[in-house]
Every structure is written in structure tokens, then in C-alpha cells.
Ligand binder design. Sequence first.
Ligand SMILES: [Fe+2]
Length: 219
Amino acid sequence: MTYLQPEHQDNNTCQEHKKVIMNKNVKIFREKGYVLIKNFIPKETSKYLFEYIRFTSHAMFLSGEKNSRGDEQVPGSFGVRHGDMAFDSLMRMMKPKMEECTGLELYPTYTYARLYQPGNELKKHTDRPSCEVSITLKLSDTGKYNWPIWMVDTPYELEDGDGVIYRGCDLEHWRDVCGGPPEYRLGQVFMHYVDKNGPYPEYRYDKRYALSKLFEDNL
Ligand SMILES: [Fe+2]
């Protein structure tokens, strides 16, 4: 099938084009358990969130806060945080798009974020039940380097705003030792969900049930 360029489409064709792409993503996700989504969020948004994670990581580092120099999984990374409200609100906002890309009805569980630097390594692993359907989303980076994330047998060099959606409990994923230049920093956020009709719905909100109103209602 030949895809028309968006600028040459009328509104109906544009909707049709989006539907074709969406169905293609669902098909790949069902077959492989992971799928690359280009421009999952707009580049302007991802660049802003990169500045946010750099700025707040620096603040955490200067104040000597716990996790300002990494966690057990990636010692030496910066500004590790679970449940940052900026990323939790992104997780809630992007739930419909996650559902479009996977063909599943989802509950959000939690977010995690890191600022990586050269020498960091994310060892091959699978994740806990709260990560049944996850996205690893590239915010942005510095320096002339692109550090790939591996999914099973496929390395992805993501651009700003790109993400890979994957079945985190089932599929091995990792990053080899980061070999970028000294000034290289990579901001990455992980947003996790569970399938409403799958084996882990009780892990919604990462079992922080007190947060259900926050995720389900609006002021
Ligand atoms: Fe993981």
C-alpha cells in the first residue's frame, strides 16, 4: 500500500491514514510483543521534559537527595525518580494513545525516569507485573551519540519523542555499556500500564489504590 504524505490529504484521508498506521502498530505489537512508535509525543514536549529532568536531577544532586546518583539497577545515573508528577500526568494523558497502539484497554500503574551518562549499563532483564505493558520514551540527549535500547534481538536508536512499547514482564530488554562522550546525557522516561482484561489488573496504580481518584477523576 502507498501512503500519501499528510500535506496532500484531505481530512477524511488523513483520518484513514492514521487508522492504517494505528492498525499496523497493533498488528506488530500483537505479533512481536513490542513496537516502535515514532513521535509518540511531539519533539517540543520531549525537549521541554528533557530540560525538566536535567534541571531537577541537578537540584537533587546538589541537595544530596537519595537516588540523585542512581539506583540498584543503574548505579551512577542521575535523578532517578518514581512517580514524578510531571511524568505521572503524561502517563495519564497518553493512556488513550497507548490503547490505540496496543489494541488493549489499560490501567496506568507508575512512572520511572533516569538521566543516563557514559559508563551506565542497563543489564538484560524482564520487569515485575506492574510493567505488563510499558513504554520507554526518549526525551532528548546531548552530545553526538545515540545509545540504543535493545528489545529481544532488535536495537533501537530513538529520536526525541520516540518510544518503544513492549511487554515488559515477558521480553528481555537492556542497554549495553554507554560509550558516549563525557558530556553525553540521555533523559528517558518509562510509563507502565496493565491490561484491564489481562492477568494483572489488581496492579493498577501500582497497587496505590488511594491514587485511583487522582487518575480517574478531574477537578
Ligand atoms: Fe525494564
